[in-house]
Design a binder for this molecule. Structure first.
Ligand code: BEZ
Length: 251
């Protein structure tokens, strides 16, 4: 299966809304001066930089080398790493994550590593795709994937849990759950569905034989237009976010 890859310049053009819309979960984190905070899936570091701006000490982890380079260019401590294999031991006051955890198919490995990384009493505050996230987009992708011989795992291999699923995993890993909500987040797309597919559907498009890619992309756009494009030509993605605040008990 082709791996999802990221290009910081393209991300800036097609996907800056991801960090802009992450400001709500950042408020929930409420970082404090002097705290040590781990940002999982920090991407180009836009939100890590906001955490650092209050005087917290941030470590960002991301699996994409170009995105980590972009984060380092903001003068951040960003490291290439897999949030499903964290090796930190009781060293963070908080673990934060925005729009990253749905890319990780092993939530139990993530939660075990987050719990270990937190100091007793430390908090875990995150937002990511919840059950029903981008349902219309996924249906269109599955249909076109089947028609053109793409790899369905590039669509199916994401993790969009219900609140019940995530709450029971959090508790099983020892967390105390403070809040858990599924939030509809219709998201205007600055560069339409075309730009969204280029940035977020890259692995999916690359799984389709090369000579079918351009028509396949156009067919997805045509399928989705009645559902996601308004009469002014404005596209809105059907995002649904799971927002979580939990903590490792003090002892
Ligand atoms: C998201 O919900 O942020 C998302 C999900 C799948 C692909 C791209 C983005």
């Amino acid at each position: 299966m082709p791996a999802q890859t990221w290009n910081p310049a393209e991300y800036e053009r097609n996907a800056r809304f991801v960090s802009t819309l992450g400001r709500g979960v950042l408020e929930l984190l409420s970082p404090q001066r002097g705290e040590r905070i781990l940002d999982l899936g920090c991407g180009d570091g836009a939100l890590s930089a906001e955490i650092a701006a209050v005087g917290a000490v941030v470590v960002g982890i991301d699996s994409s080398e170009p995105m980590v380079d972009a984060a380092r260019s903001r003068d951040l401590d960003a490291r290439i790493g897999d949030a499903q294999a964290l090796a930190f031991e009781s060293e963070f006051d908080a673990v934060f994550s925005n729009a990253a955890l749905h890319w990780m198919p092993n939530p139990d490995a993530v939660l075990a590593g987050v719990y270990r990384a937190l100091k007793p009493g430390g908090r875990f505050v995150a937002e990511f795709g919840g059950h029903g996230n981008i349902a219309a987009i996924r249906v269109a992708q599955f249909a076109i994937c089947q028609k053109h011989g793409g790899d369905p795992q590039t669509i199916a291999g994401k993790y969009y849990p219900t609140t019940e699923d995530y709450e029971s995993r959090l508790r099983a890993h020892g967390f105390t759950v403070d809040s858990l909500q599924l939030i509809p987040r219709p998201t205007p797309l600055p560069t339409c569905m075309d730009g969204w597919l280029d940035t977020f559907g890259r692995a999916f498009l690359e799984s389709i034989p090369e000579d079918s890619r351009t028509p396949a992309k156009q067919e997805i756009i045509d399928l989705l237009r009645p559902a996601l494009c308004d009469s002014n030509g404005m596209w809105t993605a059907d995002y649904l976010r799971l927002r979580v605040a939990a903590h490792r008990p003090a002892r």
